[in-house]
Design a protein around this ligand. Structure first.
Ligand code: NDP
Length: 375
């Protein structure tokens, strides 16, 4: 570890002892100096404080891993475009960050520490600005999309069809951030549930979370004719270019969405696709009729519904996916030659990844995004 990195970590440890105090102080200083920046942020700042602290943590801990640091900062820079962040906003952030460190890391703050933090911040800002400017040459910061379909499949679940006003490029398995008119500046990620279509439409599977802002608005307060904003497609849970390997796709609850996109795309090209879709009860199999239609159109796609809290449905299994996996895989010829993709509740994803590894599948062949459940 370089002496500069050691200094950064030593100061950061003081912030880490009181993250809420440090982020509160940071944003207080930032908005006192530049009140107009407040308009870029959502009304409730709690989640933003957490995101800021997580980003700072990752930057500090990736200092000795330049490739990981550059990729993280590039993503951050691109993501900040949809908040309206510009090159000229970065110096105010530097001033507020250094003031926060000076206050919270007073006992270890030296001219060397100030020099190390200034250099690290300026280098990070330059990487973020460059990534944002490269992205700006290729994409708008967001797309306006009309809601053309709103199919309420359960009291808390809707399948939305969106038509962006201009083409929004994406790969099967990726997700977009969504902002509704009801909650300006509040963005939430949703996986796209279809492969790219000639008409450019996207489908989202949305379950309203208890007290969820964006999910509640999308399920209960949106209708055809409304518009939403979409960020660029992102996420690495995509198919390896050129691979013809079979796919084992596992989706729990609305984690079905990216699996359906991958299944549509891969099955159309004749690959062997096994799709396990998990739910507690039959009501949770909200998309099964569409999956059965897809299955009958694709000779090498097999869909298996799995119910954890009800008897096995027709053509399906009973149990929790990680528990039934070994028995299920016994019936799939050459399953070790497949690539596995997993999405759904975080504990389900974690347990399924472990179960697949126990069956002998290498981690490099297991793909997931671990999109945290958000409101
Ligand atoms: N790209 C991605 O990574 C995506 C992730 N998601 C995430 O997926 C989640 C979907 O939520 P929702 O639709 O409410 O799903 P549900 O809560 O309805 O759960 C779906 C299934 O997962 C099972 N499950 C949950 N926990 C475990 C566990 N520890 N072990 C085994 N099985 C488990 C449930 O079984 P049981 O009821 O018996 O617990 C149920 O059968 C959200 O958190 C969402 O953020 C959604 C879309 C895309």
């Amino acid at each position: 570890m370089s002496p500069e990195t050691r200094t950064l970590k030593e100061c950061f440890a003081r912030l880490d002892a009181d993250p809420a105090g440090a982020t509160g102080y940071f944003y207080g200083r930032l908005f006192a100096r530049e009140p107009r920046l407040r308009a870029l942020f959502p009304p409730a700042m709690g989640p933003q404080h957490d995101r800021f602290f997580q980003a700072l943590t990752r930057i500090v801990w990736s200092q000795d891993n330049p490739a990981e640091l550059a990729s993280h900062l590039g993503r951050l820079g691109r993501d900040h475009r949809r908040y309206g962040v510009l090159r000229e906003h970065y110096p105010a952030v530097e001033t507020a960050l250094l003031a926060t460190l000076r206050t919270f890391a007073a006992d270890v703050w030296t001219p060397e520490a100030e020099a190390a933090w200034t250099a690290a911040y300026r280098s990070a800002a330059a990487t973020m600005i460059a990534a944002a400017e490269r992205d700006a040459a290729a994409h708008p910061p967001w797309w306006v999309a009309g809601i053309t379909g709103h199919d309420r499949r359960a009291h808390d679940l809707a399948v939305l069809t969106l038509r962006p006003e201009r083409a929004l490029p994406f790969l099967p398995g990726q997700y977009v951030s969504v902002q509704t008119a009801r909650w300006p500046r509040v963005w939430r990620p949703y996986s796209i549930a279809n492969a790219p279509r000639p008409d450019g439409t996207l489908r989202l599977h949305v379950r309203a979370r208890p007290a969820g802002w964006v999910s509640g608005a999308l399920v209960r307060h949106c209708a055809p004719g409304d518009t939403v904003l979409l960020g660029p497609a992102t996420g690495t849970m995509t198919l390896a270019p050129g691979s013809t390997r079979g796919l084992l796709l596992i989706g729990g609850g609305t984690g079905l969405a990216p699996m359906k996109a991958l299944a549509e795309h891969a099955a159309a090209s004749g690959r062997d696709v096994r799709l396990l879709v998990g739910a507690r009860t039959e009501d949770g199999l909200y998309d099964l009729p569409a999956l059965r239609r897809l299955e009958s159109a694709c000779a090498r796609l097999r869909v298996t519904p799995v119910l954890s809290g009800a008897p096995a449905p027709p053509g399906g299994l009973h149990g929790r996916i990680p528990d039934i996996l070994p028995g299920y895989l016994d019936g799939v010829p050459d399953w070790q030659d497949h690539d596995a993709y997993v999405a759904g509740p975080v504990p389900l994803v974690r347990r399924t990844v472990t179960a697949l590894q126990r069956q002998g599948l290498s981690l490099t062949r297991i793909h997931h995004d671990l999109l945290a459940a958000e409101n």
